[in-house]
Design a protein around this ligand. Structure first.
Ligand SMILES: [Zn+2]
Ligand SMILES: [Zn+2]
Length: 138
């Protein structure tokens, strides 16, 4: 076992790696719940709520490759925005998630109101981070 803190484990069984990340907003505070496939299925939640919205021929908004099934913009979810999520590929959504989780862990001590304010600017920062990340990756 190397670098155990780099791998996100399923929050339910804490054994298998979490490959689904569901954002939940409870009274203005966002939490991300991590599930493995089995626990997610057991919970009865929809793993890919945005999948249906991805149109054929659309490309990842960051790197231009084919978008994966995880099209959820969970920062938009956290802000309570109801909007069509833009397509994003699997690699980009993972990087996006890691960036957002790291930033969110830094604001977890703030009040709900302050978190909301921070989340607004996080949207732009996450976009910027992703553009830089895609350039570096090429
Ligand atoms: Zn599990
Ligand atoms: Zn991409």
């Amino acid at each position: 076992m190397s670098a155990p803190d780099e791998q996100i484990l399923c929050g339910v069984c804490r054994k298998r790696p979490a490959n689904h990340h569901i954002a939940e907003v409870i009274s203005g505070t966002m939490s991300i719940r991590d599930f493995c496939t089995e626990c997610l299925e057991a919970s009865g939640m929809d793993a890919n709520p945005a999948e249906k919205e991805i149109k054929p021929g659309s490309v990842c908004r960051y790197c231009g490759s084919q978008p994966g099934p995880t099209g959820t913009d969970f920062l938009a979810l956290a802000l309570g925005e109801v909007r069509q999520s833009e397509p994003i590929c699997m690699n980009c959504s993972l990087e996006y998630l890691f960036f957002a989780q790291r930033e969110l862990s830094r604001i977890s001590h703030l009040s709900g109101e302050e978190q909301q304010a921070r989340l607004q600017s996080l949207r732009g920062e996450a976009d910027e981070h992703m553009r830089e990340w895609v350039v570096r990756k090429k």
